[in-house]
Write a protein that binds this ligand. Sequence first.
Ligand code: 23J
Ligand code: MN
Length: 267
Amino acid sequence: MKQSSLPELALQIASGEVRVVDLTHTLDPDFPVIILPPEFGQCARFRMEEISAYDQRGPAWKWHNISLSEHTGTHFDAPSHWVSGRDLPDNSVDAIAPEVFVGPVVVIDCTVQSATDEDFELTPQIIEEWEQKHGRIAADSWVLMRTDWSKKSGAEYLNMRDDGAHSPGPTPDAIRLLIDQRNIRGFGTETVGTDAGQGAHYTPPYPAHFYLHGAGKFGLQCLANLDQLPPTGAILIAPPLKIKDGTGSPLRVLALVPAATNSSASR
Ligand code: 23J
Ligand code: MN
């Protein structure tokens, strides 16, 4: 058996040869959460209250109680989140095998199109053009849709109008291609959902959620710093909290990036 190269990896991280990139937004009460049509239950924002701060409530310590939704901030979606995945085995965050929380990631850069089209859709054709440049997406990869949407804040992030949110996302056919033809591990975005802002209007509604989770695949939303990732060659580390029967979880998402490939990151 080949000798483990883990000691080498530790040295590469220490020397900066392999960079650790944080793809996570800070948990902050001001960070927007998804707003569903008013007839549905709603997602809670992050909240934090002080228990003590080196004072009479606790003279030598500071700590907080926090509350939030499974789907607040940068977060992971498990198959049990959607009705299509409700009967799959091991479909909640506490039951998923830990080895799938570490794996290869590719990034499809849609920043140019998303800058001028707030409803930009990732299509099968764009995926196939990306593959002509960067190679076929390997099975069990994470696929991230880069839009630079993470650089927006406040009302511009959700971009709500009378007819709902306007933000980029995949077409149903693009998601089906990634699942049926490429057998990806999951799909991630910089926006508040894996679906486009107008995703409720597709059949089925929210097709990325419907097809991904029905196939036992995962989602990542509200990612940041995708501009620091190469199109291929990075490793994603994305373990959700171990919430009993949890449908998702806020988490710290990290990427291991070989320094040599930094220059191939677009921009
Ligand atoms: C519930 C209903 C629709 C959507 C979502 C949640 C999410 O985006 C989510 O955070 O998983 S689109
Ligand atoms: Mn979610």
